[in-house]
Design a protein around this ligand. Sequence first.
Ligand SMILES: C[S@@+](CC[C@H](N)C(=O)[O-])C[C@H]1O[C@@H](n2cnc3c(N)ncnc32)[C@H](O)[C@@H]1O
Length: 200
Amino acid sequence: MKRRNNNSRSRADFYARKAQKENFPARSVYKLEEIQAKYRVIRPAARVLDLGCSPGSWLLYAAKIVGPKGMVVGVDLKEVNISLPVNVRAHVGDVTAVDDLLPVIGSRFDAVISDMAPATTGRKDVDAARSYNLCRAALDTAEATLAPGGSFVCKIFQGEDFTAFSDSVLVRFDARRIFKPQTCRKDSREIYIIGLGRKK
Ligand SMILES: C[S@@+](CC[C@H](N)C(=O)[O-])C[C@H]1O[C@@H](n2cnc3c(N)ncnc32)[C@H](O)[C@@H]1O
């Protein structure tokens, strides 16, 4: 057991160093990279909404894929303190207050991606319940802003509400995938639910 945790930690350290070398502020960028390689959720020239965008790795990665004809809008409780390309806007805001956000972020996004994570307590049931609430807020935001055919990516901590949330993605999209990137720590309960092709 100890060995697995050590392996998991040294892999995390490896990705943290790689992120630093490649000028990304967080190693979470490699999770999105894996999701993108498998599901192509972000297309060139697309409009992308990034929920829980700080410190900004996903913003930088998505900006590169959408290119100068696309646009990435981010929202987080915390400010993003890195310099951002011209096709990125980052707002401070609470995704659970979606009605306040809508006038600021706009709509007709081609992809809504959420890496939001709650403040953790160490109690798995409490953390999973908090994560579920953030996922519901992300899905509500996607419902309000995602164009038909668009994609949804959402991190969730697995717990008792996992199946209910996963099913609520399934009914709103043509296809649903559940994916754990290699980059995630093996002992972490986080996993990504992906909705492909938002139904009209
Ligand atoms: C794992 S970090 C995201 C890392 C980011 N994807 C990156 O690559 O830099 C999770 C983020 O979710 C944000 N978050 C948590 N609850 C939120 C909420 N209610 N509204 C907006 N952001 C939230 C946190 O502030 C934190 O910055």
